[in-house]
Design a protein around this ligand. Structure first.
Ligand code: ADP
Ligand code: TRP
Length: 334
């Protein structure tokens, strides 16, 4: 990796199959950034324990995720790909940052409140301090940019706060990182029924996965929620309709998008036709990724090798930061 490039870091939990939200919210930016920055992308397997205590499928999920990330555009020759659990420097930094994170702000975090609602029987301390571990992931490489989807904005804001508190108290060690997207705003892909974001834990028929077969993609899109269409010209689109237009904008040509926009604004849109077109373009987008990921998964030794090389590079960077952190804190007795 060349020296003096700014540092980019992002991660994803190995908790399920990659979907369009992960692709357009994260991976698409990652794939482009690897050519411009010094990039670290990792599998957040420790984070997954906060909600998925069962580790029996962790290895399988991690390998599949790495395959999907590479199939979706990451080049292990251009960026560093590693597993969080291979970097013991992260939990040490997490420990220091925990002393700079306050119970009140952690309890107010939107993702914490959501997860606490979803799993009231398991509101563990890891869930509460999830943003602190995430901050350690980011700060351990002294990252400048963190490409993530809109849902992660608050975590990045918290990371900035922890970094500022550390710098203020112990000395300027960390750059203050920023959430990043090439598009004007951070991306949010809606679930196909328009209710909230597309996510791994949503109803599977409302989520399109990069591993979905062609027929299933068509079935999901044809079932997506629509209505009778607008009755007044240039109406505001309901969220579930906007969601379909967003997808069209991402996988179809600008002419096709403009055509359906025109039909919508002139109140003669036929959603059946629009969905058929979307399904066709979605299949053209997904099927090569699906094929490449399947081929890679058949070669776990190659994936493990990529993770081993990534771990070595990531540890070098992490150890250098931790040395500075320990010096700043005064933990250097001999
Ligand atoms: P999930 O919410 O499905 O569990 P993760 O939390 O593992 O997915 O998210 C991994 C990355 O994908 C993050 O950068 C996140 O911002 C992005 N992401 C997830 N879902 C969406 C979505 N619906 N729209 C945009 N980005 C998303
Ligand atoms: N919290 C992120 C998510 O749910 C995953 C993650 C963990 C992450 N550590 C990170 C993302 C560091 C960016 C940077 O998607």
């Amino acid at each position: 990796m060349e020296k003096n490039k700014e540092i980019v870091l992002s991660g994803i939990r190995p908790t399920g199959f990659l979907h369009l939200g992960n692709y357009f919210g994260a991976l698409k930016n990652w794939s482009r950034m690897q050519y411009e920055y010094d990039c670290y992308f990792f599998i957040a397997d420790w984070h997954s324990l906060t909600t998925h205590a069962d580790t029996s499928e962790l290895r399988l999920n991690t390998r599949r995720l790495v395959s999907e990330l590479i199939a979706g555009g990451l080049d292990p020759g251009k960026c560093t790909i590693y597993a969080q659990s291979d970097i013991p420097e992260i939990p040490e930094l997490y420990l220091y940052l925990n002393m700079l994170a306050y119970k009140g702000e952690l309890e107010k975090t939107v993702t914490f409140k959501d997860k606490a609602r979803q799993q009231p029987e398991n509101i563990n301390a890891g869930l509460l301090t999830y943003p602190v571990l995430q901050a350690a992931d980011i700060l351990i490489h002294r990252a400048h940019y963190v490409p993530v989807g809109k849902d992660q904005e608050q975590h990045i804001e918290m990371t900035r706060n922890f970094a500022e508190r550390f710098n203020h108290r112990y000395g300027e060690i960390f750059p203050i990182p920023r959430a990043f997207s090439y598009s004007k705003d951070l991306v949010k892909i809606l679930s196909l029924d328009g209710s909230g974001k597309m996510s791994k834990s949503e109803q599977q028929m409302n989520t399109i996965y990069l591993s979905d077969e062609d027929a299933l993609i068509t079935r999901k899109i044809m079932k997506a929620k629509t209505d009778q269409g607008p009755t007044a010209p240039n109406s505001k689109k309901p969220e579930y309709i906007q969601g379909l237009f967003t997808l069209l904008g991402l996988v179809s040509s600008p002419e096709i998008l403009a055509g359906f926009e025109y039909d919508f604004n002139h109140c003669h849109i036929r959603y059946g036709d629009m969905k058929k077109q979307l399904a066709e373009d979605m299949i053209r987008f997904i099927s090569p990724i699906r094929g490449k990921a399947a081929a890679l998964q058949n070669d776990p030794a190659q994936i493990d090798e990529i993770l081993a090389i990534g771990a070595e590079k990531a540890r070098k960077s992490a150890a250098a930061t931790l040395l500075e952190v320990r010096k700043a804190l005064g933990f250097k007795y001999h």
